[in-house]
Design a protein around this ligand. Structure first.
Ligand code: ATP
Length: 366
């Protein structure tokens, strides 16, 4: 098996800055753990669309399909729109075309970062929002209707096939966290099954799957109650699995719980492909100032290494992933970093240097 091929798309705005951080960190990991990724960097995004009329260069989409993993910064600029008025977002095309149905969005509070919640248990927040990413209400994207300027309709789609795959991922995630000593060995199904047939169907399939994964606990929450409890007692959750639109909202709430979008990583996983990117956008308001928080990008990169390692049975990559995670956590724990986003004055490069330094002296017990 050759080196894993990674298609790299820095994108727009701070996408370039956080991607530079990820690539520098990968260089350090390759040195420390003696492995190599074949990385190819592609243009693409809103600025590229403005100059070329295309969201990606010719061949880049297919190169992403052929790669072992895709690493994304952020794409889109508010003043650049496609002819239909929507934002330039080739990663959404990839999501659909590559079947990336499982959006894994960790919400983790890092040491020494400001506590958003007054309760000291807010420091223990460590949960995952698992977002179904190819159907749900987003299945209506580009298909909604408006009749006579009087009634608008968007349709929710839940399929058994995708839901079953999604719940398998949810239970596997909880199990994997348990083996790593993280989480509560529990999956919570978040829905609105008391109102919508589609959501009752979602819950029914979840219950069926829960019986197959009996070693992992499960429970249920209506989305309104889940939103309340995410603010009141988020430390009680482990893996929360839900439909696309519900997760779109609750995962941003999760980012807010731990300091902001720069703390919100994301892995978009399918059966054959996976795309890793921070959940934040290109942040034009701070782009070019060196102030972007690279945490979400670096944790997404660790998730990529972990996914590649698991998939290829390559323990070196799994250890490198753990070392990167540890180095980020340790940089916060040592009070060596506090990004601007969290009220500190650590810029992107200084943050990266702190992480690289910790990777270099990682004891290798990772
Ligand atoms: P999109 O719709 O593309 O997700 P958006 O406009 O909703 O984008 P972001 O670009 O994510 O939002 O920015 C939201 C806010 O969070 C902005 O104030 C931005 O500066 C801030 N922000 C986002 N990511 C980071 C980061 N990595 N570091 C610091 N601040 C960030």
């Amino acid at each position: 098996m050759g080196n894993p091929e990674v298609a790299v798309f820095p994108g727009d705005g701070i996408g370039h800055e956080v991607m530079a951080s990820a690539l520098t960190t990968l260089d350090a990991l390759e040195r420390r753990f003696n492995f190599r990724l074949s990385r190819t960097v592609y243009e693409g995004g809103a600025a590229y669309y403005r100059k070329s009329g295309k969201d990606l260069p010719d061949g880049a989409f297919e190169a992403a399909r052929a790669a072992d993993a895709i690493l994304f910064g952020a794409m889109g600029l508010p003043d650049v729109r496609l002819p239909d008025g929507t934002e330039v977002a080739p990663h959404l095309r990839m999501r659909e075309s590559f079947g990336l149905f499982a959006g894994v969005r960790p919400v983790k509070k890092y040491p020494n970062t400001p506590r958003v919640l007054a309760d000291a248990r807010g420091d223990q927040v460590d949960l995952i929002v698992l977002r179904e990413s190819t159907e749900g209400l987003f299945a209506s994207r580009g298909r909604g209707t408006v009749e006579d300027d009087a009634v608008a309709r968007d349709t929710m789609v839940i399929t058994r096939a995708t839901s079953e795959k999604l719940f398998d991922v949810a239970f596997s995630l909880a199990r994997r966290r348990r083996t790593q000593g993280v989480g509560k060995n529990r999956v919570t199904c978040v829905d609105k099954s008391n109102v919508f047939v589609s959501m009752a169907f979602f819950r029914k399939i979840f219950s069926e799957k829960a019986r197959e994964h009996a070693d992992v606990k499960h429970d249920y929450a209506y989305v309104d109650a889940a939103a309340l409890d995410l603010v009141r007692k988020p430390w009680e959750f482990d893996v929360l699995v839900m439909e696309n639109m519900l997760a779109d909202i609750l995962s941003d709430l999760g980012g807010g719980l731990v300091g902001g979008m720069g703390m919100a990583p994301c892995a978009e996983i399918g059966l054959e492909h996976a795309l890793f990117q921070p959940a934040h956008g290109s942040a034009p308001d701070i782009a070019g100032q060196g102030k972007a928080n690279p945490t979400a990008m670096l944790v997404s990169t660790a998730m990529m290494l972990d996914w590649l390692g698991e998939r290829r049975g390559d323990d070196v990559l799994v250890r490198a992933a753990r070392a990167l995670d540890e180095a980020v956590t340790q940089a916060y724990a040592d009070a060596a970093v506090l990004p601007y986003e969290l009220g500190g004055s650590t810029g992107t490069e200084a943050f990266t240097a702190a992480v690289v330094e910790r990777i270099a002296r990682c004891p290798c017990s990772c």
